[in-house]
Design a protein. Structure first.
Length: 476
């Protein structure tokens, strides 16, 4: 653009002024055209009315002159000649007014002919000595012919006026159409100029929310939006630096904590094997306690790192349409394949359900619930997955045949790192984070995760309730 606006407000005002100026100019042109057409029509009407009135007066004057002339030739009364003179003056005044209209040549010629006939008749009338010496010309017939020509001229002027009106109307329609098209083009232009940088801002903010910090942010348009884009790019750079620092911290803390723990565990194992010398039963017991606690501490560190990584990995993505039935079936299939040697029985009853929500969060919740059921289910046990829907919510139940959850622990098990009295089967280790992560994600999507139909010693049943349409809440 040759002219770059300083703010989006200035661009909006400029667009408004451009469209307004276009409308005003079109209105002024239309008003001037209508004014010209009105003036022309009024002039035509006035001239036509005056011409027809003058024609009627000419007929009247011509007839009166003929009567006065014949009476004078018979009676030779000077008073009749004076009456003739008055009528004669009125006739010539009317003819002069008719000629001043600048009408067509035929009317002018006919009027001049009438005027010449009367002047010649007047000369001969004054010179006549008797009735038989002079025959007065037929002025009335000439006046009638002049009236006919005037009427034709009036009709022609009326036809021209109608044609001019029709042409003006067509021109006005064309101008209106062009005006509308131009106004629409201007509106589209300015809407594009205003919304394009806003769309760029929206895409940039979404990318930041998804954790995509590699692409630089460049916003076009008005100066204020470009400055905002520069600030967003600065924020992107800072977030990228923080993400790198966080990753480095996690790598360092993992290495710094695991290395001494691994050395302690290895040393305990060597001592237990008698490498450092013979050990008695009491010493083996202490070495076993040390080794088990080192192993437990390593598991807690790995769980902490995994929980921290998952918290950063899943960001607030916009809700999307999800075929929930197919997703749950896929997660169940993956667990069936990994637990074939445990001879677990899987039962599913899933309604066909579609939901609007966060795909990754829902996957993590269902996966954690199934992992928890696998850990605590006995061999040849049964795991049942049920999914039903109502008008507003979708319920997913995961039930196992494990030891269940004591009533006093039913809320505590959703706390991070909590280890209940029930222990998982052999070869399985629990960090106490899976259910905490699952409830946190459920609540973030407007749902809930609870225990239902729980009886100690008869298994546990977890119910995940999710709204069918989730709208992410914006924090103030």
């Amino acid at each position: 653009m040759l002219f770059r606006t300083r703010s989006i407000l200035q661009l909006t005002v400029l667009g408004f002024l451009a469209v307004t100026a276009l409308l005003i100019s079109a209105l002024v042109i239309s008003v001037r055209q209508l004014d010209t057409l009105t003036t022309s029509g009024q002039l035509t009407v006035n001239q036509s009315a005056f011409a027809m009135r003058a024609s009627r007066e000419l007929i009247e004057h011509s007839g009166a002159l003929e009567r006065s002339a014949r009476q004078f030739l018979i009676l030779r009364d000077p008073a009749l000649l004076e009456v003739y003179d008055d009528r004669r003056e009125s006739l010539h005044e009317t003819l002069a007014q008719l000629l001043s209209l600048n009408n067509d040549d035929a009317i002018s010629a006919q009027a001049e002919e009438l005027q010449g006939m009367e002047m010649q008749a007047y000369s001969e009338l004054n010179a006549a000595t008797s009735q038989t010496d002079f025959e007065y010309p037929r002025l009335l017939e000439t006046a009638y012919e002049l009236t006919r020509l005037t009427s034709t001229w009036v009709d022609t002027r009326a036809a021209l006026l109608r044609e001019q009106t029709a042409n003006s109307q067509r021109a006005l329609n064309i101008r209106t159409l062009l005006l509308v098209c131009t106004a629409l083009l201007l509106a589209v232009l300015f809407v594009t100029l205003i919304t394009r940088p806003l769309r760029q801002l929206d895409i940039a903010i979404r990318d930041l929310g998804k954790g995509a910090y590699e692409q630089r942010i460049r916003i076009g348009g008005p100066t204020d939006l470009r400055l905002l884009g520069a600030r967003l790019d600065w924020l992107r750079d800072r977030l990228q630096q923080l993400e790198q620092q966080r990753s480095e911290f996690l790598r360092h803390i993992s290495h710094e904590l695991k290395t001494p723990l691994a050395a302690m565990q290895e040393s305990a194992a060597l001592m237990g094997d008698g490498i450092a010398g013979p050990v008695n039963a009491e010493q083996k017991t202490l070495i076993g306690i040390l080794s088990n606690n080192c192993q437990r501490l390593l598991g807690l560190i790995e769980g902490l790192l995994r929980h921290n990584a998952e918290s950063f990995a899943i960001v607030d993505a916009p809700p999307e349409a999800i075929k929930l039935t197919a997703m749950v079936k896929g997660i169940v299939s993956s667990h069936q394949a990994s637990t074939q040697n445990t001879q677990l029985k899987w039962h599913t009853r899933l309604d066909k359900v579609a939901i609007s929500g966060d795909r990754e969060r829902i996957r993590v919740i269902v996966d954690n619930l199934l992992s928890n059921a696998v850990k605590f289910s006995p061999r040849n046990g049964k795991i049942a997955i049920t999914m039903v829907r109502d008008k507003e919510f979708i319920d997913i139940d995961v039930a196992d045949e494990g030891p269940g959850v004591p009533e006093e622990e039913q809320e505590k098990i959703f706390s991070a790192f909590f280890q209940g009295t029930a222990r998982p089967r052999e070869h399985y280790h629990s960090t106490g984070l899976g259910l905490a992560i699952a409830r946190e994600y459920a609540e973030q999507m407007g749902g809930k995760l609870i225990i239902i139909n729980n009886k100690a010693g008869q298994g546990a049943c977890f119910r995940l309730s999710l709204p069918r349409r989730w709208q992410r809440k914006t924090k103030a």
